[in-house]
Design a protein around this ligand. Structure first.
Ligand SMILES: Nc1nc2c(ncn2[C@@H]2O[C@H](COP(=O)(O)OP(=O)(O)OP(=O)(O)O)[C@@H](O)[C@H]2O)c(=O)[nH]1
Ligand SMILES: [Mg+2]
Ligand SMILES: [Zn+2]
Length: 287
């Protein structure tokens, strides 16, 4: 039998098949292969004494490590204007991770009702310069949710972002039902309380959406120096014009990316984040 892993909890996988959801365990061989089933995986399963066993994992069209999901086609990268505050580096890391994994990101800024002063406009300008699509939401009131709904058709969309930004609230607003539990923000720490504990796929009329647990750090140290530049879509049109082949757009002369930066075609904060990441990769420092 074939099916899709809808969620995984404590070593059990819940596989959606023609015969409904079947609770499965994974065959031990996966452990030895270093391959483990992920939410979103297409799998072959067998029934052994009423227990479902995952036998094979079909090749993945995409794979994100954090959040751990397979076969998604796009990511809604969610941050909140406030409670918790936007972590700009983390936002950039999510975007880089999406590019590296060939996923289309859409940036959602939620809790527009809590947006106060102008300092956040810089972040919005920065994202606009990248060419990524931006959606503003007040998920609790349902404001802007129709724009997210429009993006879901024929896609498997993953919601990712820190804890407490409103990912589960967005999912519930899309479905019109309280399918996922939502949690309060810790006022002392101004961050979420990790309400969602496991990733879960929800089937919609026209696509699938995956809710995931929030997290506050992301390691992109596995991306090599020469590949990093391709994770910045706004650099691409300039990369081929640099004087030196193999230019990493840092200290080299006659660099088209740097010219674009000086001519305000590339956002300075994004470029600075690029250099910072480049240096971190060079010094092999993990973060
Ligand atoms: N003011 C305001 N609060 C919101 C909005 N959207 C969500 N919230 C609140 O933010 C809190 C956290 O929302 P969740 O949906 O649980 O956040 P999450 O991203 O799923 O968090 P984790 O599951 O911990 O990763 C809840 O108290 C929501 O009611 C909004 O647009 N405005
Ligand atoms: Mg949640
Ligand atoms: Zn260059």
């Amino acid at each position: 039998m074939r099916g899709t892993i809808m969620k995984g909890i404590g070593g059990f996988y819940y596989v959606n098949t023609d015969r409904g959801i079947i609770e499965c365990r994974a065959r031990g061989k996966f452990r030895y292969n270093g391959l483990s089933p992920m939410v979103g995986d297409e799998v072959e399963i067998k029934l052994e004494r009423d227990q479902g066993i995952i036998d094979e994992i079909c090749p993945r069209i995409s794979q994100l490590k954090r959040p751990a999901v397979a076969n998604v086609t796009q990511a809604l990268v969610v941050f909140a204007f406030n409670h918790p505050e936007i972590n700009e580096d983390l936002l950039n890391k999510f975007l880089i991770s999406c590019e590296f994994n060939n996923l289309k990101p859409i940036v959602c800024f939620n809790k527009l009702d809590l947006a106060d002063e102008e300092k956040k406009l810089d972040v919005i300008d920065m994202i606009r310069n990248t060419g990524y699509e931006v959606i503003f939401l007040k998920a609790k009131e349902g404001y802007g949710i129709y724009k997210v709904r429009e993006k879901l058709k024929d896609n498997i969309t993953v919601l990712c972002g820190p804890s407490g930004v409103g990912k589960s609230t967005i999912l519930n607003a899309i479905c019109g039902k309280e399918l996922m539990e939502t949690g309060q923000i810790s006022h002392k720490l101004n961050r979420g309380k990790h309400t969602t504990r496991h990733s879960e796929i929800i089937e919609l009329e026209n696509g699938f959406i995956v809710d995931t647990p929030g997290f506050s750090s992301l390691d992109i140290g596995h991306i090599t120096k020469d590949k990093l530049q391709y994770c910045f879509p706004e650099f691409i049109e300039f990369i081929g014009i640099c004087k030196f082949t193999g230019c990493v757009h840092h200290k080299e002369p006659d660099c088209a990316v740097k010219s674009a930066l000086y001519n305000d075609k590339i956002n300075k904060r994004r470029y600075d984040f690029y250099v910072k990441t480049l240096n971190e990769i060079s010094s092999k420092k993990k973060y």
